[in-house]
Design a protein around this ligand. Sequence first.
Ligand code: NI
Length: 203
Amino acid sequence: MAILKIARMGHPVLRQTAAPVADPTGPEIRRLVRDMLETMEDAGGTGLAAPQVHVPQRVVIFFVSGRRAAAEDGVRAADVPLTVLINPEIEALTEETALGPEACLSLPGLVGQVPRWTRIRYRGLTLEGQVLEREAEGFHARVVQHECDHLDGIVYPQRMTDLSLLAFTSEIGRLTEEEAAMAAVAGDDEAGTFEDERAESHG
Ligand code: NI
């Protein structure tokens, strides 16, 4: 196992379209996923995509705790178990989008309000080569959309419709009352981050 170096925004690997994995059950993918899990845990992230560790292949991992999802969405939620998705695909189940806070290990220290579909279906392959398909909403759906965007060379500011809502987490305390209320509505916790959040050390 190894903790891998995380690419930061501007690195070409984060701008390219990642290649499909030919054999999800291969030993090199198993090794990659092991290292990604260790890297995500070390960084305190909720999710991680292979391009973020300089591997341009279509692999993402994430874990959404029910407590975290409840804090973001304001409704009770079960844990989404630690998930490995290979060659994932997303289908929107609604045209409705919602703004919510996102952070990214590739943009350390920043948080932005990003519009995402509120309900999706996603499918991909597991490390055993089996099809995994789920429906997701709210924070769970947001995490999956964020991670899968990395596979298409997209980081979250490219999805933002109002760049005035991109901020350093260290400045969040300076929000006006009105902005703080908006952030609270978005289901924000202190910094509103997810990949960056160390308070909840996701596995
Ligand atoms: Ni990210």
